[in-house]
Design a protein around this ligand. Structure first.
Ligand SMILES: NC(=O)c1ccc[n+]([C@@H]2O[C@H](COP(=O)([O-])OP(=O)(O)OC[C@H]3O[C@@H](n4cnc5c(N)ncnc54)[C@H](OP(=O)(O)O)[C@@H]3O)[C@@H](O)[C@H]2O)c1
Length: 374
């Protein structure tokens, strides 16, 4: 295989859409030498956000690679033009450039399956951030997805249009409702069941932060965060569980946070709400088993009704955009993986837990945090 002829045509390795490692010069005359800075094992990412492949007009491809990597490392920028300018200034031609989000999309694409075909999922806060990634990953596994949102109607409509187009005919709907209102929780669950005929999977993902030290936190700031993150999860689960128990199968996944396990300065309300989800998850899981047993529906090899929680670490979404850069750098230093998670890395755990085959996993808390709590 001639390296020059292959440039710009990414190889799919192990079905994850990464490019074939090609750290070599392909032509003896040096013209059109190739160097791929992305390797299948992800040993040499330029930054944690962007990876590139380029042509070098000189035979000294290794030296160019070093210069380029030095300029790129630490920028943490997804602005493709920035990298194109950097490359051009050094005499390179960029051939492919892939952002972390796109790599995630490729991976999700490659991970397509049908383990959730016929299932209907409701994802609260499902139109942006981690929730949008969860919605997409559930669709990628064949589920019909109803995505909830609070106020951002424009984003919800855009999400609906994008996902409907991208998913090639998958059924997707969006539902407005304030998770802090018990009435809205019950109404949206009913709406989803009326529209799609059933509800198999509930993902309690909607969440907010209002950060203040304990000394400065007002009653309203405490109540608002508890209301959305914890009470909302309870009222949604209460309405969904009744339907699931009646049908004899179902999955509920709570999106908690590593902060619920560790606490964090300035996040008493958030940490308490996320820790509260552990107790809620385990109680719902026990009650679901109890009710199923009492109704004679706990059968060998049955799908069952399970309730689990996941605890993401720091994920690259709008929620962490408010964290000052200095603080964020300190956070990254404290993470063994030295980077934030991408939303799709959280989403894949959710669709695993949502699968019929995960029927023996209940009342558990799953960490997705780059090793933060080791
Ligand atoms: N990002 C992180 O680092 C991180 C880490 C650990 C855990 N988490 C948890 O993961 C979940 C998603 O986080 P994210 O970073 O993706 O957040 P995000 O980008 O801020 O999105 C939050 C979502 O929740 C919805 N929402 C907020 N308040 C609502 C309300 N009262 N009623 C209905 N929907 C409401 C929003 O709807 P609108 O679009 O209408 O505003 C939005 O879709 C949260 O529970 C968060 O605590 C996040």
């Amino acid at each position: 295989m001639d390296g020059f002829g292959d440039i710009g045509r990414p190889k799919v390795l192990d079905g994850i859409g990464l490019h074939e490692p090609m750290a070599r010069s392909s032509n003896t005359d040096g013209v059109g030498s190739s160097l791929c800075l992305l390797d299948g094992q992800l040993e040499e990412p330029l930054t944690d956000r962007i990876r590139c492949e380029f042509l070098s007009s000189s035979s000294d491809a290794e030296a160019h690679s070093r210069h380029f990597r030095q300029s790129a490392v630490g920028t943490d920028s997804c602005d493709k033009n920035y990298f194109i300018d950097q490359a051009t200034a050094r005499g390179f031609t960029m051939t492919t450039m892939t952002t972390a989000e796109e790599i995630g999309a490729f991976r999700s694409e490659a991970a397509r399956g049908d383990k959730l075909r016929g299932r209907v999922a409701f994802v609260t806060g499902g139109t942006r951030g981690i929730g949008a990634a969860i919605s997409k990953s559930l669709v990628s596994q064949g589920a019909t997805v109803a995505a909830g949102y609070g106020r951002n109607t424009e984003q919800a409509q855009k999400f609906l249009a994008d996902l409907s187009t991208a998913s090639d005919g998958a059924e997707v709907s969006v539902h407005q409702g304030d998770v802090a209102s018990a009435d809205d929780c019950r109404r949206t669950i009913r709406e989803v069941i009326d529209l799609h005929g059933r509800l198999d999977i509930l993902i309690n993902n909607a969440g907010i932060t209002i950060d203040k030290t304990v000394a400065k936190m007002t009653e309203d700031e405490w109540n608002k965060v508890i209301g959305v993150n914890l009470s909302g999860a309870f009222f949604l689960a209460q309405a969904a569980l009744a339907h699931m128990l009646e049908r004899g199968s179902g999955r509920i996944v709570m999106v908690s946070s590593v902060i619920g396990e560790t606490g964090a300065i300035g996040q008493a309300n958030y940490a308490a709400s996320k820790a509260g989800l552990f107790g809620l998850t385990k109680t719902l899981a026990r009650e679901a088993c109890f009710q199923m047993g009492r109704a004679g529906k706990l059968t060998e090899g049955g799908i069952g009704v399970t309730v689990n929680a996941i605890t993401p670490g720091y994920v690259s979404t709008e929620m962490v955009e408010s964290i000052p850069e200095k603080v964020l750098n300190r956070i990254k230093d404290s993470i063994p993986m030295h980077r934030l998670a991408q939303p799709w890395e959280v989403a894949r755990v959710v669709h695993f837990l949502a699968a019929d085959a995960s029927g023996y996993i209940t009342g558990q808390v799953w960490g997705v945090n780059g090793g933060l709590d080791m």
